[in-house]
Design a protein around this ligand. Structure first.
Ligand code: 5RP
Length: 241
């Protein structure tokens, strides 16, 4: 028997919804001819999918990964090198976790270094997530840290001393190599209550390229897709930080 209850949106449908909401949010920037910053991952991909409808109006985009560059080029958006841009109005990207301060864990897709560089160019970071990413305290998601390979063992010992277990991220039986030619440690068992202090400290450890805590480059706005919104029909909430 068919149910009269509204169908609950899947996580993939929520990502589509929030990707479309991000496009609506930044349409003014596109219309003003601004270059936009675009992130990496399955949620950012949904934003790129939405962008395809207005690709002809987009002056250009700075991309945070080789994967996103390929997607932008496939829809006809000109990709601009970060080196040639002094400032961006907006950067749109997903996150692995976001806390009530707008601090995030990022790097599940191994693009954290370029994401942090592009985010730092932007006046405004618009984070796009489904509600599963909203947490009271960062750390349930393993923290990605991009590292210089020769430093990995000493960095694993430093994380162990603070109660974390850092493992080298593997791909096809070998250490994953990032777009920057480096490796990733994923650190489990941390509770990151002070994102700013944690990011500042770990960033200074020799051999750390980028720590996946984005507190300096926090979100200014988080668009959160929720299945329960609108009486179960699904919708997008705005959290400003
Ligand atoms: C990639 C990232 C992504 O933004 C993060 O992993 C979220 O990805 P997804 O939208 O696929 O869940 O930081 O390095």
């Amino acid at each position: 028997m068919a149910s009269d209850l509204p169908k609950t949106l899947s996580q993939d449908e929520l990502k589509t919804l929030v990707g479309e909401a991000a496009l609506a949010e930044i349409m003014g920037s596109i219309e003003r001819g601004e270059i936009i910053g675009v992130g990496t991952g399955s949620t950012a991909n949904k934003f790129v999918d939405a962008l395809a409808a207005v690709a002809g109006q987009v002056k250009g985009a700075v991309s945070s990964s080789l994967a996103t560059t390929a997607r932008l080029q496939a829809i006809g958006v000109p990709v601009v090198q970060a080196e040639s841009v002094e400032k961006l109005g907006v950067y749109v990207d997903g996150a692995d976790e976001i806390d009530p301060h707008g601090h995030m864990i990022k790097g599940g897709g191994a693009a954290l270094t370029r994401e942090k560089i592009v985010a730092a160019l932007a006046d405004r970071f618009i984070c796009i997530v489904d509600e599963s990413k909203c947490v009271p305290v960062l750390g349930a998601f393993p923290l990605p840290v991009e590292v210089i390979p020769m430093a990995a063992p000493s960095l694993q010992r430093r994380f162990a001393a603070m109660g974390g277990v850092a493992t080298l991220r593997m791909k096809d039986g070998a250490p994953l190599v990032t777009d920057n030619g480096q490796h990733i440690l994923d650190v489990r068992g941390l509770k990151i209550t002070d994102g700013l202090a944690f990011e500042r400290d770990v960033s200074q450890w020799p051999g750390v390229v980028t720590v996946g805590v984005f507190a300096q480059q926090r979100a200014h706005l988080c668009l959160v897709a929720s299945a329960a919104a609108n009486g179960g029909l699904g919708g997008v909430r705005r959290d400003e930080f």
